[in-house]
Each structure stands twice: as C-alpha cells, then as structure tokens.
Design a protein around this ligand. Structure first.
Ligand code: TYM
Length: 338
C-alpha cells in the first residue's frame, strides 16, 4: 500500500529516490538556493537523496582548472553548510563516477537530433555565443545523471524542467527499443521561487553566468554587499507593496522575502502597508542577511580544513558508485556491448 511518498514493498519501507544536480561554476546565488537547494534540504528525511556536483556540465564552458577544483570544494562546502545531512543524502562529483560519461554516449545514439534542437536553453545560448558540441549534448549527460540511479523525483527550478522531460523521453525510448530498463523520473518544481529573477533586471532569470554587480545575491556575500545589492534592486515607480506578477521587480523581492521568512503573502502585504520601497528593501536585506548567516558560519567551519570536504566527496561517490555501475552493466548488456 502506498502511504504518502513512502512506498511499502514486501514489508520493508522503501523511500522514493531523489536526484538533483548543480554546476560548480561559482557564484551560487539565492535563486539556486530558493529554487532548488532549500527544497533538497527540507525534504531530505522523506526521501533517499543523491546530489551531484556536475563538473562535466561545467566544462561545457572553458574553465580555469585550478579555479574549477576550488569551486567544486566550495560548492560541496555550501551544500553541507546549507544543511545537507550525510546520514540522509549522498553528495558526489559527477566525474568521479565514469558511468555518467559512458551512459551519455549510449543515450546519444538513440536520441533524435530534433529532440535536442528543441531545448530552449541551448537555443538561447547558441544565439548569443559560439557554442560547442558539449553544450548541445548537455541534456543527454543530464539524462544519464538521472537514469543511472533509478530516480523517482528530480527537484529543480523552472529552467531545468524541459531537460528532465527530455530525460523521461529518452528513458521511454530506450525502454521501448530494448525492454523495461529505466525508471521514468518526474520533475518536481516548487510552486513559489522556481524562477527567481535578476535584481538588476527582473525580466531576466537570476543566473550564475551574469557577472554585473547587483544582478544576484551570492550565498557567501557579506552583509554590506547584500544590503547594497538589495537597496539597488530595480523596482518600479508605483508605491504599493503587493504581490502582483505584473510588477516583476517588486514581485520578485516579495517572493524572496516570503521564502526567507515563511510568512504568508497577506501578512507581508499588511506589514508593509503604507510603507515605501526603501523601508521594505531595508527589511528584506536584514531577512536575507539573517537567513544566510547560519549557512555562512557553518561554511567557514567546514572548509577550515580542505581535505575534510574532499574526503566527504570521496565517501559520497564510493557509496553510490555500485548503483550506477549496476545500471550501466544492464544497459550495456541490453544494447549488446562488451
Ligand atoms: P544549475 O547549476 O544551473 O542550477 C542548479 C539548480 O538551481 C536552479 N536555479 C534556479 N531556481 C530558481 N531561480 C533561479 N534564478 C535559478 N537558477 C538556477 C536550477 O533550476 C537547478 O535546479 N543542468 C543543471 C544541473 C544538473 C542536473 C542534473 C539537475 C545536471 N544534471 C540532473 C537535476 C538532475 C544545471 O545546470 O543547474
């Protein structure tokens, strides 16, 4: 019998498996936190969780090797500091498990070009910059990340939904050609906060690759920086502080306030009735500073010894490698390899 999200199987309780990923490209911001990381943490006791630091995805853009290594450690430190609990969740680095790259190739060979050409993120990026084959193939690698672990649920922000849907299509195609092999994963998108917008331009998603000062609040920003970015956030010339999606600047700031405080929308609107944007922004800055404070202090403790984080990542990969290897062996066998 199914009770909530826990599956009962033959007397034993089996939790659903969650898998998600994040790129170690630095500049981890409150959009990543509110749209993804926070949900991974709050629901980790209900599920069996795997979180992947996707360094192979990161090199679709040229990276400085030394900086990439330090960003991988930084991101792992941030995830643990934010509240990922090693007793409930496994955190690992994608390139530590070679099955990801190997399965990607097999998936490439049954994915129609048209499916990949439809990906909006690729279409947008290829209009702006010279792109490489890796960037085009990025969704197949993401499908491999998901399918290698018999994943049930993939909690992501809105921008990754299409990629998770593609992973479903690829899994279904494989199963229909070679017989039942992959579990079909479901994307899980938060109702609020799935698309936090840039503070400097609330019509654009907050993004790690935007480097203008004032675009994003990063998880390790100091209180002064958080205050100045918040005070400088673009709003509009109206006065009322209301959750109105047609006013993207103030709406985005109110959503951030709501998610950091957990206070209802009606209460927030009542709290700021008759007040100006400057008062609201001052409070919002305090809320973000206080919200990130515990994470920032745990981060400093955890990363005092770099080798500690490295050892957690080695441990994470060694625990889950057998799951990936088992699926890959089945896949190779079905395809007729080896
Ligand atoms: P990445 O590293 O760009 O983002 C990590 C997570 O943060 C979410 N996110 C946001 N949520 C709300 N508002 C925003 N402005 C915002 N910006 C980013 C993303 O949706 C994501 O959930 N391809 C993925 C990583 C990946 C992955 C996977 C995810 C690789 N393999 C397998 C799930 C399953 C990416 O680049 O995320």
């Amino acid at each position: 019998m199914q009770t909530g999200i826990v599956l009962e199987t033959k007397g034993a309780t089996m939790k659903k498996r969650v898998l998600s990923g994040i790129q170690p490209t630095g500049n981890i911001h409150i959009g990543n936190y509110l749209g993804a990381i926070k949900h991974w943490i709050t629901s980790q006791a209900e599920f069996d969780n795997i979180f992947c630091i996707v360094d192979l995805h990161a090199i679709t853009v040229t990276q400085n090797p030394k900086i990439l290594k330090s960003k991988i450690r930084e991101l792992a430190g941030l995830l643990f500091a934010a509240g990922i609990d090693r007793k409930l969740s496994h955190v690992f680095v994608q390139s530590h498990i070679s099955a990801h790259a190997e399965l990607t190739w097999i998936l490439n060979c049954l994915t129609p070009m048209g499916w990949m050409q439809r990906m909006t993120q690729f279409k947008e990026k290829s209009q702006k910059e010279q792109v490489n084959v890796g960037l085009f193939d990025y969704p197949a690698l993401m499908a491999a990340d998901i399918l290698l672990y018999e994943t049930d649920l993939v909690p992501v922000g809105e921008d990754q939904k299409q990629h998770v849907e593609l992973a479903r299509d690829i899994a279904q195609r494989f199963n229909s050609i070679y017989g039942e092999t992959f579990k079909i994963p479901e994307p899980v998108i938060p109702e609020t906060g799935a698309r936090i917008m840039g503070l400097d331009d609330p019509t654009k998603k907050m993004s790690k690759s935007e480097t203008q000062q004032g675009h994003a609040i990063h998880l390790l920003d100091s209180p002064d920086v958080i205050r100045s970015k918040t005070m400088g956030a673009v709003t509009d010339s109206l006065r009322e502080i209301r959750f109105d999606e047609n006013r993207p600047g103030i709406y985005n700031l109110l959503v951030i306030y709501e998610l950091f405080t957990g206070i209802s929308r009606a209460e927030i609107e009542a709290r700021f009735e008759g007040k100006g944007y400057a008062d609201f922004k001052k409070d919002l800055a305090d809320v973000i500073i206080e919200g990130l404070k515990p994470l920032q202090s745990r981060y400093r403790d955890l990363t005092a010894d770099e080798s500690y984080i490295d050892s957690l990542l080695v441990e994470g990969a060694s625990k889950i490698r057998p799951i990936a290897e088992k699926i890959l062996t089945t896949v190779k066998d079905k395809v007729g390899l080896g």
